[in-house]
Design a protein around this ligand. Structure first.
Ligand SMILES: Nc1ncnc2c1ncn2[C@@H]1O[C@H](COP(=O)(O)OP(=O)(O)OP(=O)(O)O)[C@@H](O)[C@H]1O
Length: 465
């Protein structure tokens, strides 16, 4: 068993005697020398005479917080430090990493894993895996305990304060919007608005006025002046989702605003200065779109100053149990249903699934289970087949999600818009697959050529009107 190379050994700081004792015993059993402290004041005293090979500290303790101590030790080059806390929210975790922690142990932790983390920290190796903690979290907390997500938390902590534009990439449903929110919440702009806009969800001819607002009379139906998202986000953060789908003409307009920091409302003459941090997101390969001439390279450079890549959920399975339990508990609470829990086997089975729709798909599954599972304990049999095995189930999940959101917001023409979107997606996919050959595309879809032409025409006309 590896021994710390420093005679002063490992220092544990926690006001909870039980935690100190259990952890210290486990480390001593592993042949390590351990000293225990119940507050940071006694650590400071001891620091006058010795230095730890590794310090493990709690965050919230009576008196000074563990993070304050951590920052100071980090500044003095004392380390490494592992932080342990029952608070695994992004704010605390990001703060810990920002202050220089090498790892973060979510309480209650598994002793073997704590030990592994200690050994890794001593060997100066990458992140350790941490046990699942089924603590309650706020509904919109960004959760994760996989090494990949902790890296994301650390990045958020590091770049939030920088005020640089950021680009978040990742498959659909991986949590890009939540990361954008966390960046905002962790930044100096947190008291100002966070405004989100999904550029793909808005017809291109409306996007300009959506972004920059318009004056009364700017176009038919514009009866009064309306502020755009840039104005709404003044001083804060503007989240532009699906930036890869932004039409080229608007990319040019956006680039000008980002370069000059000012814009005109549609139909307006007054130059408006803006101070907005842009966080953009895309599920597409933006470099490929630049190469294909569909995305402006100069705009990409402006947005892609800091990049946060969110791995697909199947690439960070360690997060699945924590997320599943969180979503199940939240759904029960929200829908006022009796609480349910996963059996060990069910949790294991879920963690093995692929989730093409990522966290959103897992969330939907948990909501369904909260409603339909018969007993208080969810068993593997309750899970049903994975969406991908049902053939096409994953896009109906996405559709359901979209419909739920549209209904929640009381949006108009939901059915028409969904049908149009479906027609458009099918037609575009078929045309792309047949190099734009309408007859072949129609045949591939199993519709007549006239139907295809009519739908294409109708869809274009509606998008223009
Ligand atoms: N790490 C996470 N912790 C808790 N909830 C999460 C996490 N990641 C995603 N979610 C939840 O999953 C759902 C999808 O997340 P979000 O909308 O942020 O994804 P997205 O990547 O922006 O998706 P899209 O590309 O489709 O816009 C949301 O309900 C969000 O609250």
């Amino acid at each position: 068993m590896a021994k710390p190379n420093d005679r002063a050994g490992i220092w544990i700081v926690d006001d909870d005697r039980g935690v100190r004792f259990v952890l210290a015993e486990a480390l001593r059993d592993a042949g390590m020398e351990v000293r225990e402290f119940e507050d940071t004041a006694s650590v400071r005293k001891a620091l006058r005479e010795a230095r730890p090979a590794l310090l493990i500290t709690d965050v919230r303790m009576p008196g000074e917080s563990g993070l304050a101590l951590l920052e100071e030790l980090h500044a003095q080059g004392v380390g490494p430090v592992i932080v342990m806390s029952a608070y695994t929210d992004v704010a605390t975790t990001a703060a810990a990493y920002r202050a220089g922690a090498v790892d973060y142990l979510a309480k209650p932790f598994d002793l073997d894993q704590a030990l592994a983390s200690v050994q890794r920290a001593l060997a100066d190796a990458p992140q350790a895996e941490v046990a699942a903690a089924a603590t309650p979290f706020p509904a919109h907390a960004l959760l994760g305990e996989s090494a990949a997500m902790r890296e994301v938390f650390r990045l958020i902590g590091r770049v939030a304060a920088s005020d640089l534009n950021a680009l978040i990439t990742g498959e659909t449903g991986t949590g890009k919007e939540l990361v954008a929110r966390a960046l905002h919440e962790e930044s100096a702009r947190r008291s100002k608005p966070f405004v989100a806009l999904n550029t793909a969800a808005i017809p291109s001819e409306l996007l300009e006025s959506e972004l920059f607002g318009h004056e009364a009379g700017a176009f038919t139906g514009a009866t009064r002046r309306v502020a755009g998202r840039f104005e709404q986000a003044e001083g804060g953060t503007l989240f532009l989702d699906e930036i890869g789908d932004m039409p080229l003409i608007l990319q040019t307009r956006l680039l000008r605003v980002l370069a000059g920091g000012e814009f005109y409302r549609v139909g307006g003459r007054e130059l408006i200065r803006c101070n907005v941090r842009i966080v953009a997101a895309t599920h597409q390969d933006l470099d490929a779109r630049v190469a294909a001439g569909q995305f402006r390279a100069d705009l990409k450079h402006r947005l892609d100053v800091v990049r946060i890549e969110l791995p697909a959920l199947r690439q960070r399975r360690a997060d699945i149990p924590l997320l599943a339990q969180h979503f199940l508990a939240n759904a029960a609470q929200e829908l006022k249903l009796p609480p349910k829990r996963f059996s060990k086997a069910a949790l294991k089975a879920i963690a093995q699934r692929d989730f093409p729709g990522n966290v959103r798909e897992l969330e939907n599954l948990c909501r369904r289970l909260a409603v339909i599972a018969a007993g208080a304990e969810i068993l593997p049999a309750d899970l049903g087949k994975p969406a991908e095995a049902q053939g096409g189930g994953d896009w109906t999940d996405a559709l359901r999600d979209w419909a739920e959101r549209a209904l929640e917001r009381n949006e108009a023409d939901i059915h028409t818009r969904a049908r149009e979107a479906m027609d458009r997606v099918l037609m575009e996919a078929a045309l792309a697959a047949t190099d734009g050959h309408r007859q072949h595309a129609a045949a591939a879809l199993g519709v007549g050529r006239n139907t295809l032409t009519r739908k294409l025409g109708a869809s274009r006309a509606r998008r223009k009107s």
